[in-house]
Design a binder for this molecule. Structure first.
Ligand SMILES: Nc1ncnc2c1ncn2[C@@H]1O[C@H](COP(=O)(O)OP(=O)(O)OP(=O)(O)O)[C@@H](O)[C@H]1O
Length: 453
């Protein structure tokens, strides 16, 4: 009895030592990362003081690119959030590229072997040391399993999680200081954005979750009899939190119009299949793919559309869906009271919302509301400043009543922006809201509450 408790004590002590050690190690790494961040900021600031003065948005963009992962993602968030950031920043940050120099192959080998617990040669017949792609979170290599199946391996860069955590703590601190210095700034806007981004990026670092999303998406396609799209099936025996092995797709990304034209004489139809699948997933899948830029869609050799990269997904609670439908319906009919009720359902609040007071506040926007067409509201085109301003005003009024809009709302809006952009490239003649090949109701008779009707 005393022996086993002695062993337990020893184990607890060892655990304590180990966690103390890893805490110290992480603190040291965190310190080094903060020093690195300050170094980059200092160099850029010095350059600026010494007379090399590009416009501030450009300076910020190059600074973000030098700072890596977290800031590149932050930059991409700015690029896709015209309703939050000024236009010149949105435009500049659209140039913020997530291209990172490839990691030498021995890091990839080490991560795979550490994660899967076997030498690389026992796990795969072949792994191409030259990466297919290299981004800030992961690097992708093509490979062959022992049974001859073609796969790709997505390998997380070493230390990414720690860098993210340190960067976010640093950003949070900087946001708090800024809030102190400029109390006029909307607190929930800054810290809210940082919180949303952190949640999203940490989720992107869990490849077991991503593999689960791939499987669930394919199950949704099977269940709905959708044969026009497919996601790569993960190979679970070769997958961990940091290594994702999945079926390899052969085809071309939807980014390059000229290449695409060689594979199909109707690129617009390919886009329509992709959009229809996505709309139907909004209603009929547990989640929606929240990062469908053209680089994450492929036209496969067999004509189907391949959806890749399920690192970021959004989920919409049933009540939030109903609330959103009610909200758009109310805008269409100019019914302010119903708008207020719907906002209270969509937003997450702890306290009871005073719907009467909210109605009165929204009424103050009535002039602007009357001029908005509900379909334009959903598109939230970055050129449509009126719509963006109105959305921002509504968000602000909601915040004043303790309503915080869920992350899904932003993800959904961002997705519509992406679509809008590549519809312009791939099918400029197509009008997303009147083309009858598009099925926005995703196979359902219509969205709940008549959304978009
Ligand atoms: N199953 C697959 N079959 C073929 N190529 C793939 C597959 N998965 C990924 N790729 C290639 O690797 C690239 C990066 O993959 P993925 O988008 O999953 O990684 P990521 O690190 O999230 O990149 P990004 O941040 O650019 O979206 C893809 O654009 C594609 O070229």
């Amino acid at each position: 009895m005393s022996d086993s408790s002695g062993i337990k004590d020893m184990k607890a002590w060892l655990e304590g030592e180990r966690s103390g050690l890893s805490l110290a190690l992480n603190t040291a790494r965190g310190g080094a990362r903060i020093a690195e961040t300050l170094g980059v900021l200092g160099r850029q600031g010095l350059g600026w003081l010494l007379g090399n003065r590009p416009p501030v948005p450009a300076l910020l963009r190059t600074t973000f690119e030098s700072l890596g992962t977290t800031y590149i993602k932050l930059g991409q968030f700015i690029a896709s959030s015209p309703s939050i950031f000024p236009e010149e920043y949105v435009e500049e940050f659209q140039r913020c590229l997530d291209r990172t120099p490839p990691l030498p192959f021995h890091y990839i080998r080490e991560t795979i072997e550490q994660e899967l617990g076997q030498p690389l040669e026992q796990l795969y017949q072949f792994v191409d040391p030259k990466p297919l792609a290299s981004a800030s979170i992961a690097q992708v290599h093509s490979a062959k399993l022992k049974n001859g199946q073609d796969v790709v391996i997505k390998v997380q860069r070493p230390g990414v999680r720690n860098v993210l955590l340190t960067d976010f703590n640093f950003l949070y601190l900087a946001a708090r200081i800024t809030e102190r210095l400029a109390p006029g700034l909307s607190k929930s806007a800054i810290s809210g954005v940082i919180e949303e981004l952190q949640a999203g990026m940490l989720e992107e670092c869990d490849f077991i979750k991503e593999a689960g999303n791939l499987k669930a998406f394919n199950a949704f396609l099977r269940d709905t009899g959708n044969t026009s799209a497919i996601a790569p099936e993960p190979v679970m025996s070769h997958t961990t939190g940091k290594v994702l092995t999945m079926e390899r797709f052969f085809g071309v990304p939807l980014t390059d119009m000229n290449v695409l034209k060689k594979y199909t004489d109707d690129p617009a139809q390919t886009l329509i299949s992709a959009l229809n699948t996505w709309f139907s997933s909004l209603m009929l899948c547990d989640f929606f793919h929240a990062d469908v830029h053209a680089g994450n869609l492929m036209l496969l050799e067999d004509g189907r559309v391949g959806f890749i990269d399920f690192g970021i997904v959004g989920r919409i609670r049933r009540e939030a869906w109903d609330g959103m439908a009610k909200f758009f319906d109310a805008i269409g009919r100019g019914d302010i009271r119903q708008m207020a009720e719907a906002m209270a359902v969509i937003g997450m609040t702890r306290e009871e919302v005073d719907v009467d007071a909210l109605t009165r506040d929204i009424e103050s926007l009535q002039g602007a509301l009357g001029q908005v067409d509900p379909s334009a509201l959903i598109q939230a085109d970055r050129n449509d400043k009126e719509v963006n301003r109105l959305l921002m005003d509504l968000v602000k009024i909601g915040e004043g009543h303790g309503i915080r809009f869920p992350r899904e709302f932003a993800l959904l809006l961002k997705q519509f922006l992406y679509f809008d952009r590549y519809v312009q490239v791939l099918a400029p003649e197509m009008d997303m809201f009147s083309d009858n090949r598009l099925d926005m109701f995703g196979g359902a008779d219509e969205l709940p509450g008549g959304l978009l009707h």
